[in-house]
Design a protein around this ligand. Structure first.
Ligand code: BEZ
Length: 191
């Protein structure tokens, strides 16, 4: 699969003709929605786990020293909690470009806290994309994040902002919070 996924995402026509579409956010979309939206609601999707397994060459790292950002890994029985945004389909051109380094749009069931659900979209970077880094111990991930930065800022800010946003929503994520714990110690040791 090529690095740039914009052309593939343009072919995704499932919601063509819809006035609005729900988009599930599990990473930077939770703390930074840089697009207009009609409504946003805490939500979850099933059978996916959030993992810092995707390399970032264009936002939180560089080609020479990629950072690590989130993607979703299939895991039966798992729950990924995040934030869903109701957007007009025009927003996807911007998001396809912003997330062109490996992320593909996938349709998914999104569940809201009141028990209702809707079919919507999520961006996922699968294991076959060129920027995928895969599993590493949380301490190693924290070390890589501590030393990475790119055009969108320090990789550590991405991790710390995500952890803070999850905490303020009252959501738990053992993977994210363990990386946060290691990262805070590494950053403190540097001072
Ligand atoms: C998100 O925050 O949900 C997101 C992560 C990667 C690509 C696009 C969106």
């Amino acid at each position: 699969m090529s690095h740039d996924t914009t052309a593939i995402n343009k072919l995704m026509d499932k919601f063509d003709g819809h006035h609005s579409v729900w988009l599930f956010g599990y990473g930077s979309l939770i703390f930074k929605a840089d697009f207009p939206y009609i409504e946003r609601r805490p939500a979850l999707i099933r059978d996916w786990s959030r993992r810092f397994w995707q390399g970032s060459h264009d936002h939180r790292g560089t080609a020479a020293a990629p950072g690590r950002v989130t993607t979703l890994i299939p895991q039966a029985g798992a729950i990924c909690e995040g934030m869903a945004y109701l957007v007009t389909p025009e927003e996807f051109a911007h998001l396809d470009y912003r997330e062109k380094n490996g992320y593909l749009r996938l349709s998914t069931d999104i569940l809201f806290e009141d028990g209702s659900s809707v079919e919507g979209l999520v961006y996922i970077a699968t294991a076959d994309n060129a920027a995928f880094l895969g599993h590493a111990p949380e301490l190693d991930i924290a070390r890589q994040i501590a030393s990475s930065s790119g055009p969108s800022g320090h990789n550590s800010d991405y991790l710390l902002d995500l952890a803070a946003a999850l905490r303020s929503l009252g959501k738990d994520d053992a993977h994210v919070f363990e990386i946060e714990r290691h990262l805070k110690r590494l950053l403190k040791d540097r001072q």
